[in-house]
Design a protein around this ligand. Structure first.
Ligand code: FAD
Length: 616
């Protein structure tokens, strides 16, 4: 009885419908029938099965490429079967990694219904006598009114914190320096077509945060099946994401799907009473007796001092992302603890997508047809550990080990400008849902730490930011201005030369210029990149190619600082009432992990304001 989970069901590409992730089809029923030893696959009732996971597997060690499924079987729905056939199914036995009896129904709630469930089971809404007004906690709000919470930043972490807090009944104001997606889209258009960079509305700033004009990959290292990730995924489906993200082994949205999703998210927040202030930048925190009591904001579309306003709040959730360098500076001025953190810096490599398809899939490459075929466009993930002990290591003289790895790989995507200031160049990658462009790009980055910042004379909590800025400026100089990006073919980079004549085309729309990228970084980085590239070429023969173009620079792979906070309450350890969250605070890296961090911070703040009792 109950639910049985059947894993590692492999269906050959030719027997699979391909892109429909939820469909139970005859090829899959045949695999299920084999596992449960049922003689006639076509007799199995489709409604008894649901797809939990579907991934594509074209590893070279396999003779033929396959889709690999995990499926849940609801035994109660097999009752429609002819009773004599039950005999076969009675033989079902758990088998490690293949057949598993699920103890209970798997948790799969969206955030709104989760909060309602918590409210019901805790009997929650704030009980007035429990508000702590006379016990010295003078900064907690009075019992008579709802707590007023400012959430600063509408990236994934800010959106999810706002959602939880609003669902629990807090009075939430969401403050965003950038613009709503409609206006932001026009600003990004002006950047890509007319080279006008709006410093407050661009690829990093605006509704949805850095994750909006992005690749929209929803992969995370937190654990695909964890309750928190499933809750985020279900909530995204609630707001319009396709259900396939719940089962796809490598879920991906793409910018075109993210934009309407964010509009739905916004409308839901507004229906819960959240006030959303776009084009409003937080410039300062208002602090009394070591406790945040509000924020100072200004209209980010003008530069007039007279636009400054002071707004009172009971707590501030700071979800500003890793490009809000002015906020880091402001926090330092209030003696908020900021700790420098290791991160990674490097270049973005772009290959023709066809080349990557050929490397990864060989015979299957023809199936792809620019995002329309059965088989997903090929991606890759490479990592090399450059060990100082290794005889051939370029770091032998350094007594340091570093990792060099690919990051944020965008198959069928394009390279975009993620600078927030015209004197700096930094880039990243984005794609649309079909991933149909002619190019495949990925960052190739090398880990850096405080020792490296010191070597360039950057010290203190913001040394990492200065380190990033240094290479962003160097890249802007190498490009010659006007957002032109310096590039070099991988083959030239390997040989320390530039050949201006035979440059492959780039997906980057604002122009590229041949440059000596091998001279951009300190030698330990160039050597580590070069050494790793030759290793990657062994793994993916053809990766080093005249058609592969390196673009400079990729600096904002994660936050260069962390804002220490309490592990349970999520409150800053150095400033009461401040809740640092998401990537900018050093607690997430990517859309899903930022959303999870925002969600938990929302729960934690709600709990501290007695909006619910009990555990999550
Ligand atoms: P952010 O998304 O950075 O949001 C912070 C928000 O705060 C911004 O909207 C900003 O305008 C606002 N803000 C900042 N300062 C202030 C202020 N003073 N006042 C008011 N508002 C302020 N991750 C993935 O998982 N998958 C991907 O495919 C992927 N692709 C990416 C592609 C690109 C081009 C970029 C730039 C990033 C990509 N990322 C991707 C990373 C991902 O976008 C981030 O990890 C994620 O958005 C971090 O979420 P966050 O909420 O912490 O911060």
């Amino acid at each position: 009885e109950g639910i049985w989970r059947l894993s590692k069901l492999s269906v050959l590409v030719q027997n699979d419908p391909g892109k429909d992730f939820l469909q139970i089809h005859i090829g899959l029923l045949q695999e299920i029938a084999k596992v449960i030893k049922f003689p006639v696959a076509s007799m199995l009732p489709e409604e008894a099965f649901s797809v939990v996971r579907k991934s594509f597997d074209a590893r070279k060690i396999l003779k033929e490429a396959k889709f690999v499924y995990t499926v849940d079987m609801d035994v109660s729905k097999l009752l429609s079967l002819e009773p004599r056939t039950w005999d076969f199914i009675n033989r079902l036995e758990p088998k490690v990694g293949l057949i598993e009896h699920m103890p209970s129904e798997k948790f799969s709630r969206d955030l709104t219904s989760l909060v309602h469930h918590i409210k019901d089971s805790n009997g929650t809404l704030p009980r007035e006598q429990e508000h702590d007004i006379d016990s010295g906690e003078s900064h907690k709000c009075s019992a008579a009114r709802r707590p007023r919470i400012a959430v600063v930043g509408s990236g994934p972490s800010g959106l999810f914190a706002s959602l939880v807090l609003a669902e629990f009944g807090a009075d939430v104001t969401l403050i965003e320096r950038g613009q709503a997606v409609e206006k932001r889209g026009r600003d990004i258009g002006a950047l890509v077509v007319r080279r006008i960079l709006e410093s407050e509305s661009n690829f990093c700033f605006g509704e949805g945060g850095a994750g909006t004009w992005s690749d929209g990959k929803l992969v995370t290292r937190i654990g695909r099946n964890s309750d928190c990730v499933l809750t985020i995924m279900n909530t995204l489906v609630q707001f319009g994401a396709p259900k396939s993200i719940l089962v796809n082994g490598k879920p991906h949205l793409g910018t075109d799907r993210l934009i309407p999703l964010l509009r739905n998210f916004r409308q839901h927040l507004q229906s819960l009473g959240v006030e959303i202030k776009f084009g409003t930048r937080v410039d300062d925190l208002l602090i009394q007796n070591g406790h945040v009591v509000g924020v100072e904001v200004s209209d980010s579309t003008t530069k007039l001092q007279s636009d400054c306003k002071k707004l009172g709040f009971d707590a501030v959730v700071l979800a500003v992302g890793h490009s809000a360098r002015d906020i880091y500076q402001m926090l330092l001025s209030h003696n908020v603890d900021l700790v420098p953190k290791d991160f990674a810096v490097g270049l973005r490599v772009e290959h023709p997508q066809e080349l990557i398809n050929n490397i990864q899939y060989s015979a299957l490459a023809n199936e792809i047809c620019r995002g329309r075929g059965k088989v997903p466009v090929a991606d890759y993930k490479v990592v090399h550990y450059v060990n100082d002990k290794d005889e051939n290591s370029p770091l032998k003289s350094e007594s340091t080990s570093r990792s060099c790895y690919s990051f944020c790989m965008c198959p069928g995507g394009q390279v975009v400008l993620t600078s927030t200031s015209p004197s700096e160049i930094c880039i990243n990658g984005m794609s649309f849902s079909r991933r149909a462009s002619r190019w495949a790009n990925a960052a190739l980055v090398v880990t850096v730490s405080t020792k490296d910042f010191d070597a360039l004379n950057f010290h203190g909590p913001l040394a990492g930011v200065e380190f990033q800025r240094e290479f962003e400026r160097r890249a802007a100089m190498m490009g010659g201005g006007n957002f032109v990006v310096p590039v070099q073919t991988v083959t030239d980079f390997m040989e320390n030369k530039i050949s201006v004549t035979s440059m492959p085309p780039s997906s980057y729309r604002l122009g590229v210029k041949a440059a000596s990228l091998h001279e951009l970084f300190p030698s330990y980085m160039t050597d580590a990149l070069r050494h790793s590239l030759s290793m990657f070429d062994k793994e993916l023969p053809g990766f080093i190619s005249k058609e592969a173009l390196l673009h400079g620079v990729e600096t904002r792979t994660s936050s260069p600082i962390q804002i220490p906070r309490d592990g349970d309450t999520y409150e800053s350890l150095s400033l009461r009432g401040l809740y640092p969250v998401g990537e900018g605070a050093g607690y997430a890296g990517g859309i899903v992990s930022a959303a999870v961090d925002g969600m938990y911070t929302g729960f934690s703040v709600a709990k501290q304001f007695n909006l619910f009792h009990g555990d999550i």
